[in-house]
Write a protein that binds this ligand. Structure first.
Ligand code: SF4
Length: 286
């Protein structure tokens, strides 16, 4: 498959390094706004008024790394209530889109996505925390209706909303920020007290859903010692999660986190983690 560059909507120069990886061992993303004046129009996509309420914070028109094995576009949904110290997309944290990020919403993306059918395989909803947005299920349903797969990145912040979205998802990447049973460690990463409870419920829902998935962790030695990483591996094995993607934190500008030195985590620890996981995936630093 290839993408016709001439058909890609105009992109602003705004860029971001990453979604938490997403809240996540999120792979690197560029954030971009679609220029409504240049977004192609097509009546092909089924429209729903509910989907048009989606607060779109940006678009990655083409990616090979955000949905395993698929060529995808990424729609970044605005808003996240957590405040991870390594978040590379702080502009997506406020629910109200910053004025400088103003751009078209779902109504402008809909016809553009319809024209991508046959050129990309999937649309990934990322963020921010996409399940925060009540319009997410309607937008996911529209993507399904035009024949594209639906990917979802989530930090598991809203378990009930994740449960509602799972039947509409073909693949989910769930962030695991700390050992699920360690409330203090989880709160230290998210900056929000009590955040681990939501993750625990979301992890259980996802593992039981039958939807293809992976868990993803952005790791830093100041946040994750050896025992924490081993506990995370054990928790995923106990939950029945086979795929765990690790990404070493690349602290954003202004972060209190120090750069991570080469050689961490040590090879011996990686082997111990690998022994606990069905599939341990090491990704480039986030
Ligand atoms: S603050 Fe929100 S968007 Fe940023 S890394 Fe954390 S969960 Fe992800």
């Amino acid at each position: 498959m290839s993408v016709d560059a001439a058909d890609t909507p105009a992109i602003t120069a705004e860029a971001a390094q990453d979604r938490a990886a997403p809240a996540s061992p999120a792979p690197r993303h560029e954030l971009a706004a679609v220029d409504p004046a240049t977004a192609p129009t097509s009546p092909a996509a089924p429209a729903s008024a509910a989907a048009e309420a989606l607060v779109v914070g940006g678009l990655q028109p083409f990616t090979t790394i955000d949905y395993p094995g698929a060529l995808a576009a990424v729609v970044f949904v605005q808003g996240c209530p957590w405040r991870c110290g390594y978040c590379h997309n702080p502009q997506l944290q406020p629910r109200v889109k910053p004025a400088e990020a103003a751009g078209p919403g779902w109504a402008a993306l809909r016809p553009w996505l319809a024209r991508r059918v046959g050129l990309i395989d999937a649309v990934v909803f990322s963020g921010g925390e996409p399940t925060l947005d009540p319009a997410l299920p309607a937008a996911m349903a529209e993507v399904r209706a035009i024949g594209l797969k639906v990917g979802l990145h989530s930090a598991g912040i809203y378990p009930q909303r994740l449960a509602a979205a799972l039947p509409l998802a073909d693949w989910v990447g769930l962030d695991l920020k700390a050992p699920p049973a360690d409330d203090t460690a989880h709160d230290r990463v998210t900056g929000v007290r009590g955040s681990a409870a939501a993750l625990r419920r979301s992890l259980a829902l996802l593992a039981a859903s039958g939807v293809a998935h992976e868990c993803r962790s952005t790791i830093h030695p100041a946040l994750h010692d050896d025992a924490a990483l081993l506990a995370m591996a054990d928790a995923l094995a106990a939950a029945g999660v086979a795929d765990w993607a690790l990404q070493i934190c690349r602290p954003p500008k202004g972060s209190t986190l120090a750069p991570v030195g080469a050689g961490w985590p040590a090879a011996g620890l990686v082997e111990r983690l690998r022994a606990r996981c069905a599939r341990l995936i090491l990704r480039d630093p986030a």
